[in-house]
Design a protein around this ligand. Structure first.
Ligand code: HSE
Length: 426
């Protein structure tokens, strides 16, 4: 059979790992693709930077800096977009599909935001848009939910979808937030600017891609409640441990008679919850449906090699001509806010250690009918600051209502505290 000629767009952590994997597994790739996979073009931003391209990587390996060289090269069968970002990849993917190429990408942002347009072009052009690596890196969750799960709608999905945040939350058991971010950067997980991860937006992009397959329609991340992990402190985690709770950043999709609620939020999970012991940069997706009860898929959710494994699997699917079922994309539909569902919450307020402060906090909470189930405040042993953390467990209340109560704190308290509030999954 003819060679399957690909262009690698991007030679960063993932691109380099893809090149290495294609080189070290060339015999397996040949056997599985039933034709040689060759890398004829490699696009890098800066041609002056030294690159370590494996010598035994099959193909011409022509280096250039303009992605359009690959997108419009009639000899190229597929582009492998590993650059990231939104606007430029949207153009490259669109033009590559329109010029009759398959596209493999690990870019969840471009598909979450421009998926409607890009999947429809893929359908019109009868070309494949393969994106297994964009959700949960090494975990083939898209394949499983498209093709592998027993019939019947998934009623609920709960996922740890960001390896960097999971790694940071693990480190927070030992050290500060800032240092945990640095450790994630040193481990090759977090970007120099970690905002997309720690804001919860990367998880929201992935949840939107999962939802598109599970629900068959496009959900905009702008319509979702998206909360990240900024502001969480080691003392929040230790409070959790002492109450048999583990803190995780989770994406939730749940259907009930009224509709589908979706969002990304930090949550305390009971210690025996299936997602509680997911550690380091692992991701895990818990699916619940009537035919099978529940199942959990778990594996490395970030990093060059784990992502490269899924990218190469997609390259081989494309080379064999296997379709990657393009989701049937309908127009956007409304979703419900999971923050409207009453649940117990953990609340931390850093307040001045002065008479009457607790009464003012309790008054604000009571004004919105937020009931206090438990409250802890340690003695302030510092000689430098009179600010102390007050940690509260509420009775079930919606996040929306709790936020209204926090708005009722008086101006003096609002100046000293940025409340941290975390839902507790039962
Ligand atoms: N930054 C992502 C994560 C990996 O940490 O999960 C790429 O999606």
């Amino acid at each position: 059979m003819n060679d399957f000629r690909i262009a690698l767009l991007g030679l960063g952590t993932v691109g380099t790992a893809v090149a290495e994997l294609l080189a070290t597994t060339r015999d397996e790739c040949l056997a599985r693709a039933e034709r040689p996979v060759v890398v004829d073009r490699i696009i890098v931003r800066n041609l002056d930077r030294p690159r370590s391209i494996p010598e035994d990587l099959p193909g011409k390996k022509v280096l250039s800096s303009d992605p359009m060289d690959a997108v419009h090269d009639p000899e190229i069968d597929a582009i492998v977009e590993l650059v990231g970002g939104e606007d430029h990849p949207r153009i490259w993917i669109k033009e590559a599909l329109e010029s009759g190429k398959n596209v493999i990408t690990a870019n969840k942002a471009v598909l979450a935001i421009h998926g409607e347009e890009l999947f429809n072009i893929a359908l019109e052009q009868k070309k494949g848009l393969y994106y297994e690596a964009s959700v949960a890196a090494a975990v083939p969750v898209l394949q499983v939910i498209q093709q592998g799960i027993p019939a019947g709608p998934v009623d609920r999905l709960m996922g740890i979808l960001n390896g960097t945040c999971n790694y940071i939350l693990d480190s927070l058991e030992e050290t500060s937030f800032e240092h945990s971010v640095e450790l994630a950067q040193k481990a090759g997980l977090a970007e120099a600017d970690p905002t997309l991860d720690v804001s919860g937006m990367d998880s929201a992009h992935k949840l939107a891609l999962l939802a598109r397959i599970l629900l068959g329609y496009t959900v905009s991340v702008e319509d979702m409640r998206v909360e990240g992990i900024v502001g969480i402190d080691p003392i929040d985690l230790s409070f959790g441990w002492s109450h048999d709770l583990r803190l995780k950043l989770v994406g939730v999709l749940a259907r009930n008679g009224k509709g589908t609620s979706m969002g990304v939020m930090p949550c305390f999970l009971p210690a025996d919850h299936p997602l509680s012991n997911i550690r380091q940069e692992d991701n895990a997706i818990l699916l619940e449906a009537d035919p099978f009860g529940s199942l959990v898929l778990q594996g490395k959710g970030a990093g060059g090699k784990p992502t490269a494994g899924s990218v190469v699997a997609d390259i081989l699917r494309a080379a064999r001509g296997d379709t990657f079922a393009t989701p049937f994309v309908e127009k956007r539909q409304d979703i419900l806010d999971p923050g409207a569902i009453p649940m117990r919450h953990y609340l931390r307020l850093d307040v001045p250690d002065r008479p009457g402060v607790l009464a003012r906090v309790a008054g604000a909470l009571a004004s919105e009918e937020v009931g206090i189930a438990a409250l802890e405040q340690s003695e302030n042993l510092s000689t430098e600051s009179n600010i102390v953390p007050v940690q509260i467990l509420t009775h079930p209340v919606s996040t929306i209502q709790l936020d209204k109560a926090l708005e009722r704190l008086d101006e003096d308290l609002k100046r000293t505290t940025s409340p941290v509030r975390i839902r507790i999954e039962e």
